[in-house]
Ligand binder design. Structure first.
Ligand code: SAH
Length: 341
């Protein structure tokens, strides 16, 4: 897969039936060569739905006035983190909309966590100045997720009235430079996105050598301008995950909630197509229905106390083994494992 071209990737992304199965099988066997059957656990805590940005696809965009806004108080966030640690989580992902006002609280929460528990902290709170990223790193944050959303610049511009592609990329490179394990990703099936765009997304991830790749289908939200858009077929989503694995080899690739929203056993299928991480929702139930990025999000009625059990079942159904470890990115392999595609 070393010198694979955009054309070859686009063709493979379109695979259906047996062709698609073959690609996914190869991705799964490569995944098992690298990670065994281990699936790494991360809990997401959606601590605020306040957002100053107006991304066209997102249910918590600032123009959505039909939404009760919340921010979980910092002492409560600390309690949630403590509880997740007791449950056995060794990574938490703190996610929110984009508002810079809680930056100091976040520093305090990171310090608290690192002083008390042996666990990794991932932040997923959007773009900030280098100074702030630096402050959080110094406080002990380990990883950062910032999706590029699409590498098609025109499409990026159309979807993000408040953002600039080059600034987003610059933020990602700053995060890498500061020593964060850096994750990015895209939505699959955005209106106007082509197979060629998706192929280029995969090559972009490889080029910049990001550590984690969080991807998922675009799903319309009824209170956004994209409410009437279509969703992509799930096979393409699985092809995308499989090709991510085959091209980027040792990255961490999560099975995400949006996959289960689009397809009943979506996460199980993703875990058999190259994903090696599972990222369930660990937000207390009372906040969950206020953090709807898209319609029909799963697990909205459940509490964080059932998170682990549900996740264990998903992983078991996939024939894999849930491991409660930090799951840092694997050392680079000295040689790429040869795959005959
Ligand atoms: N404010 C943070 C976190 C964003 S929410 C940030 O900007 O990084 C996390 C991810 O949800 C987004 O990066 C986006 O890719 C995804 N998302 C938002 N709306 C979605 C939709 N309608 N369908 C699928 N995924 C969506």
């Amino acid at each position: 897969m070393k010198d694979i071209t955009i054309e070859q990737l686009s063709l493979m992304l379109k695979s259906k039936g047996e062709d698609s199965e073959l690609i996914r099988k190869k991705a799964n066997s490569l995944t098992e060569k690298i990670f065994g059957r281990n699936i790494y656990l991360r809990g997401i805590i959606e601590f605020s739905n306040l957002c100053t940005k107006d991304c066209l696809y997102c249910g918590i965009r600032r123009s959505n006035k039909n939404l009760e806004r919340y921010t979980i108080e910092k002492e409560e966030i600390k309690e949630i983190i403590k509880k997740s640690y007791i449950d056995g989580f060794r990574t938490v992902v703190l996610q929110s909309g984009e508002v810079p006002v809680y930056d100091r609280d976040l520093t305090e929460i990171i310090e608290y966590t690192k002083n008390n528990f042996d666990m990794a902290i991932t932040l997923s709170v959007g773009e900030r100045k280098r100074k702030v990223y630096y402050e959080w790193k110094r406080a002990g944050a380990d990883r950062f997720l910032l999706r590029i959303e699409t590498t098609n610049r025109k499409l990026f511009k159309r979807l993000h009235p408040d953002d600039d592609f080059d600034l987003r990329l610059k933020s990602l490179l700053t995060l890498k430079e500061l020593g964060y394990e850096t994750g990015t990703g895209v939505m699959i099936g955005l209106p106007g996105q082509t197979y060629e765009d998706l192929a280029k997304d995969i090559l972009f991830f490889k080029l910049y050598d990001f550590d984690m790749l969080g991807v998922g289908p675009f799903i319309p939200h009824h209170q956004t301008p994209l409410k009437d858009e279509k969703v992509i077929d799930f096979e393409t989503v699985l092809n995308f995950i499989a090709l991510l694995r085959l091209v980027t080899i040792n990255t961490n690739i999560p099975a995400t909630t949006s996959m289960a929203t689009l397809e009943k056993e979506g996460r199980e299928k993703a875990l058999n197509s190259g994903a090696n991480v599972i990222m369930p929702n660990y937000t207390p139930q009372k906040y969950r229905e206020k953090y709807l990025l898209y319609d029909n999000k799963i697990c909205v009625k459940e509490d964080e106390s059932s998170t682990l059990k549900i996740t264990e079942e998903v992983v078991k159904r996939a024939g894999k083994k849930l491991v409660k470890e930090r799951g840092d990115r694997r050392e680079k392999l000295l040689t790429d494992i040869p795959i005959d595609l």
